[in-house]
Design a protein around this ligand. Structure first.
Ligand code: SF4
Length: 367
């Protein structure tokens, strides 16, 4: 008899429904820098990047806010490139990630993985997931597209070296036991290269997990071409055909739901359910997670600037209250559906606008 293995996803917001019976703030994502050594054409926070770092709020004030969130389970660090400078790591990340570890929280850092290994060594003792992106068809594309929004381009040799660093660093960290998870977004550019990208993630980078997400046409990425739902479904089926079963494949913000009227959507969800080492994650933004900018204190639903209008600031209110205000908001109510029978929490605002602009999702549609 074949046993289907499904890995436990610490970042899944449905764990809060199981535990508390309602959406609950259990995940804080910190924006800990606006600096980055790259300027990718697809950067979803591109217009927020700067060349000079602001001063962060006092860490004690941020930690006092975290102390108030009794339900906190996970924290993530994003940027910019959070690990760009050792000074930034020491001042803006270590106090928070050490606090998280002492509290028993799970931790993730989003990095482009192009940096010297000694930057990573500073955080590895406190880190559960090293989250990277891999959307490149080859070194040439990285050299061209990874810096295309930069005013003064570094040399081609330097850019090529950074590309090779990604592979070398991923392998080194994976070999050292770090859980490296690579995310690939599905869009017109990545579609023809999914088999190759998956092969590189699984075998050349030795990642433990390959995450597949929709492209968020936000900021610099707004000019990239979104694929339609038929193409998306075909791409997921293709990935399921060619994947290495030893690598956990996680579909995040998958734009197919059990309430669908389309037999192909249900067949795809059935296929994922029956697949070994494949999971679907409900969308975290605004469900279990809020983003905190450690420089301004602003709190938003996600770090994507098209979706990230600040709700409020921890200078005026607590994270818990800001989250409660978000749940009462019109936008939150317009996307928050819930079908307990299939543990589905519906879409997020970007994906709904992209793929289901006129559709109303109703809770308990699936019983
Ligand atoms: S929770 Fe929403 S998206 Fe999911 S099956 Fe129910 S109605 Fe559909």
């Amino acid at each position: 008899m074949n046993t289907i293995i499904k890995r436990y996803d610490e970042w899944e917001p449905y764990h809060d429904l199981n535990r508390y019976g309602k959406l609950t703030l259990s995940n804080i994502e910190f924006t800990t820098t606006t600096l980055c050594n790259m300027r990718c054409a697809h950067c979803a926070v591109g217009y927020t990047l700067t060349t000079k770092e602001a001063t962060a709020l006092p860490m004690d004030d941020i930690i006092r806010q975290l102390d108030q969130i009794e339900t906190l389970r996970t924290v993530s660090f994003t940027g910019g490139e959070p690990l760009l400078t050792k000074n930034g790591i020491k001042k803006n990340i270590l106090p928070l990630i050490q606090y998280a570890k002492e509290r028993g929280l799970k931790t993730q850092i989003n990095s482009n993985l192009t940096l010297p290994m000694e930057h990573y060594e500073l955080v590895i003792p406190y880190l559960d997931v090293m989250h990277i992106s891999h959307n490149w068809k080859d070194e040439q594309e990285f050299v061209d597209v990874g810096f295309s929004m930069m005013e003064k381009l570094p040399s081609v040799d330097y850019r090529s070296k950074l590309y090779r660093n990604i592979f070398d660093n991923a392998r080194t960290l994976s070999d050292a036991g770090v859980f490296v998870s690579a995310e690939t977004m599905l869009n017109r550019n990545t579609l023809p290269y999914l088999q190759q990208i998956h092969h590189e993630v699984a075998h050349e980078m030795k990642c433990k997990r390959h995450e597949i997400h929709p492209m968020y046409a936000s900021d610099f990425a707004e000019s990239l071409e979104v694929i339609n739902l038929d193409e998306y479904r075909d791409a997921v089926n293709h990935l399921l055909d060619i994947r290495d079963e030893h690598v956990w494949m996680l579909f995040g913000t998958l734009p197919f739901y059990r309430c669908s009227m389309h037999a192909q959507d249900i067949a795809l969800l059935d296929r994922i359910d029956a697949a070994n080492n494949v999971t679907v994650r409900n969308d975290v933004d605004g469900r279990s997670r809020m983003n905190l900018n450690i420089f301004t204190g602003e709190v938003s639903v996600s770090d994507f600037s098209d979706d990230g209008a600040a709700m409020n600031s921890i200078l005026n209110n607590s994270l818990v209250n800001i989250y409660d205000e978000w749940l009462q908001s019109r936008i939150s109510n317009s996307i928050n559906c819930h079908c307990p029978a299939v543990k589905c929490l519906g879409s997020n605002i970007i994906v709904k606008n992209m793929y289901y602009p006129s559709h109303t999702f109703k809770s308990n549609t699936v019983r």
